[in-house]
Unconditional design. Sequence first.
Length: 217
Amino acid sequence: MSKTAPAAFRENARAALALFGSTSPSYLTLASLDLCSRYLSENYPARLKEAVRRLEALGKTLSANGWQVEPSDPLRLTLRAPSGLTGLDLADRLRRGGAECEYADRDFLVLMTTPENTPEDLARVSAALGENRAPAAPAVSLPLAKGERVLSIREALFAPQESVPAEESLGRVCGAPTVGCPPAVPIAVSGERIGPEALALFRCYGVKRVDVLKSEN
């Protein structure tokens, strides 16, 4: 990059490269696609059906042990954290038992399985979590973040940005959104002005820093 390149170009070059990464063919990837096709053609539907059945059985076992199982897709199992615990606490409990979750936050623990998971894997999850005798945590009423549109998403993404503490982002324009998963819905979208409702959600989900557009002054 030229030493005489504009400052804005230098500051945003890395983000631009991330947006337009190379799609040159990788023969390792192409070979893996052939192997994947063979894998899918060899009785995979039956194995997938069996994996779903095993996960349903695990969900029933956990429900019988006092855990609150939430509706989810067939290959995921979502638990709501009971009173006195967070999903992160449950993730630590699983980790000590030799299992790793897909996702955890204050309210939920999400497990994801594939046909490669054995019955022993699922038994390890059940053993690690054990029984729950705590009541279900009360539902928390969260505010609806109503962002005022200031710029288009494109304009905001390509504008100069800086990272600031979330508590100092009130009134600033969101640059790149911070997304929690689930539900993978951004609290503030690029180009929206961050309001007090968004700040409350940042605190709720433990968001510490936010990318915002640089102030003109």
